[in-house]
Design a binder for this molecule. Structure first.
Ligand SMILES: NC(=O)c1ccc[n+]([C@@H]2O[C@H](COP(=O)([O-])OP(=O)(O)OC[C@H]3O[C@@H](n4cnc5c(N)ncnc54)[C@H](O)[C@@H]3O)[C@@H](O)[C@H]2O)c1
Length: 365
């Protein structure tokens, strides 16, 4: 099947801004080779086949604007395409219930709209908008720690027969009960927590795997991440980080021959440094032993634009969710989740996940 993929977005923050500005960048520069995605085409779907039909947020400065305007509103900071070069669109940003979406550190950056609508009013309104716009897939870019808001949106997808791509670490696709609900209704869900293109997680997983594959014993490891955008500011609130830490730590642990004791592994977002803006720095160290018990260690420093790092992967996740819809496959889409997400319901090695994904696209999963 071909045609446009109709997508609704929840959380019109920096990640979505980078995704849509990247697509526009390639539209405006057709002679540029499209780099930054793993697959140019997935079945017939290219990057220009995605149609963003609606957005949902809580920010009073974003709601009521078109999505192409709202992406430039504070505190967003991606500016790869100047605002006046972004085409007009009729796709609007609507209100989502705030629930637990806005943490204490971002309260002075994100001002939730005071419309007086309660959760039940909004639920009805949202379902009508999804129906009216023909959205087939909801992509969640909610902030870390938005457990209730994520569950609200997962339930909306179940009630409206809409596929769900969960880019953040509240567990839906990887939670047995939620996964079963999607299986029972035969609705695809891809998640949880997007694995960046060349991000901290994939680099750490790959090097840890290499150390084991070459016969060394890993004894301890850490990965520290710092950045300067709203995502990192929000993650200063330790209570919001429980599932993020599990997601990132398990993603590395799953690749080791022997699990490390909890006190021998530290993987986590660690601090907010305002002037870094969307630049993310990762510092990783592995310590272990080689032949004759001789110690070794390695350190890696990775510097990436956090938003360029995730957009291409989300574009693949959207297209794989659409292929699942085309093929009538529901429940957690394991090949896509294992390949593209940090916390799938079933972990695989990255090469295994890539092969499984290719089989899925070929219709042989
Ligand atoms: N490399 C990456 O960027 C990467 C990788 C993995 C996961 N993620 C996750 O993706 C998510 C989005 O990241 P971001 O940088 O765009 O964050 P962001 O803080 O820039 O954007 C979040 C948006 O969600 C909105 N929001 C808050 N509560 C809401 C609610 N209840 N309903 C609807 N909208 C709500 C905010 O107003 C904001 O516009 C985060 O959870 C992040 O951890 C990002």
């Amino acid at each position: 099947m071909t045609g446009k993929i109709k997508v609704a977005l929840v959380g019109i923050g920096n990640c979505f801004s980078g995704l849509i500005q990247g697509i526009e960048y390639y539209k405006q520069n057709p002679s540029q080779e499209v780099i930054g995605i793993i697959h140019d085409k997935l079945r017939a779907y290219g990057i220009h086949d995605i149609d963003f039909v609606a957005g949902f947020d809580v920010g009073e400065n974003k709601i009521g604007k078109s999505i192409n305007e709202g992406i430039y509103e504070y505190p967003n900071m991606v500016d790869w395409i100047p605002k006046d070069k972004m085409p007009k669109t009729e796709s609007m940003i609507y209100e989502s219930p705030a629930l637990d979406g806005v943490g204490i550190w971002v309260e002075n950056r994100v001002k939730p709209i005071q419309s007086g609508k309660n959760e039940t009013d909004l639920e009805k309104e949202i379902k009508d908008i999804l129906k009216k716009t023909g959205a087939e897939i909801v992509v969640s870019y909610l902030p870390v720690g938005s457990e209730k808001a994520t569950q609200f949106w997962a339930q909306i997808c179940l009630d409206t027969n809409t596929a769900f791509v969960n880019c953040m670490p509240a567990f839906i696709a990887s939670d047995e009960e939620w996964a079963q609900k999607f299986t029972d209704k035969n609705i695809p869900v891809v998640g949880d927590d997007i694995k960046g293109q060349v991000g901290a997680t994939i680099v750490h997983r790959t090097l840890a795997r290499l150390c084991n594959d070459r016969g060394t014993k890993i004894e301890k490891t850490y990965q520290i991440n710092v950045g300067g955008n709203t995502d990192f500011l929000n993650m200063k609130e330790q209570e919001r980080l429980v599932s993020k830490r599990i997601s990132k730590t398990e993603s590395v642990q799953s690749q080791l021959d022997e699990r490390l004791d909890d006190d021998q592994i530290y993987v986590g977002p660690s601090d907010f440094i305002p002037f870094l803006a969307n630049t993310k720095l990762m510092f990783m160290r592995i310590e272990g032993k080689q032949w004759a018990n001789i110690p070794y260690n390695m350190e890696v420093r990775l510097e990436v634009d956090d938003k360029a790092n995730s957009a291409g992967i989300v574009i693949d996740a959207i297209r794989l969710a659409k292929i699942a819809l085309d093929d009538g496959i529901g429940g957690p889409i394991i090949p896509a989740s294992a390949y593209l997400m940090k916390h799938p319901i079933k972990q695989m090695s990255d090469p295994e996940a890539k092969t499984a994904c290719e089989k899925f696209v070929a219709g042989n999963s």
